[in-house]
Design a protein around this ligand. Sequence first.
Ligand code: IMP
Length: 340
Amino acid sequence: MKSTICFDDVLLEPQYSEICSRSEIDIGNTLKNVGRLNLPVISAPMDTITGSKMAMAMFAFGGVGIIHRYNSIPQQVAKVHNACFNEQRHVVGVAIGVNNDFVNRAKKCVDAGAKIICVDVAHGHHSNVRHALNVLKNTFGSQVHIMAGNVATLEAFNDLADWGADSIRVGIGGGSICSTRIQTGHGVPTLQSIIDCSVSDRDASLIADGGIKNSGDIVKAMAAGADFVMLGSMLAGTDETPGEVIKTPGCQPQKVYRGMASKEAQRDWRDKISSIEGVAHIVPCKGPVENTLSEIVVGIRSGLSYSGARSILELQSKAVFIKQSSQSTFESSTHITSRL
Ligand code: IMP
């Protein structure tokens, strides 16, 4: 039986460095048919993460946001419009499904200015996704960037690339709000999937998605072969996320962050509740997403400098992973609190 590793199982060994200033480090990367992004971070297409405000803030900071698909076509188009209306250069993505009106939804969103179409399904290695990618490629050619997922294996990654995906979301069952592994017994630790998919000879970009908790995990994901990371929980609770602020006397303001397959999300967006593979959670409000993204940028740059790398590509060629024991995982945490 194959053994696997997750983010907390490993560390990156510090390398000799000649980098004198972290400003020498370029953490940008290129998305096909879109261009270069200064920040390799994509906000997840979830109804408590990416609406128009988040998409605008992500682009302003150098990343990109994928507007969730849990709305009517006119509602999703309006969100794209809010971002793109005055600024044609704005890069905004939209999520679509694989059933019913998906082509119409994609066309309307592209007409409104969307530059990325994300085929957003839980199990991406599926004939429905092959069909959807085929139709989208024939409809849009290289007019837009086509993202698809999610997958967990090299075979799936290669298939989606061959079916026409320009980038592929890698990670099944690792999301902070995900209960897929509990409900179905299926999944692969996200870092393992990244390592497995990174040897692909296809030219699709690899987007690490699910279970990324801090900038250290982002650096590990990149070092293992990810070109971009997709974030949910790290952005949850920021001002730009959709949803009401919950104010309780004597408590810090809070917001809801929920899985799109949670009972709560399914109740809001579908007629019926089927397999529940996510949970809803209350998180503290964090202020502007710019603050969170600034911390992420500082963390990624610092991470690259520890590996003596000036770019993500250099990090990938230099990175040396080591496995840590459960005791060293404890030592790797800020363990002063456990001594008090
Ligand atoms: P996080 O960054 O660890 O919070 O994970 C976010 C990712 O979880 C998203 O980008 C999706 O790939 C995934 N996801 C979103 N909703 C669900 C769900 O309800 N069940 C399982 N995975 C989910």
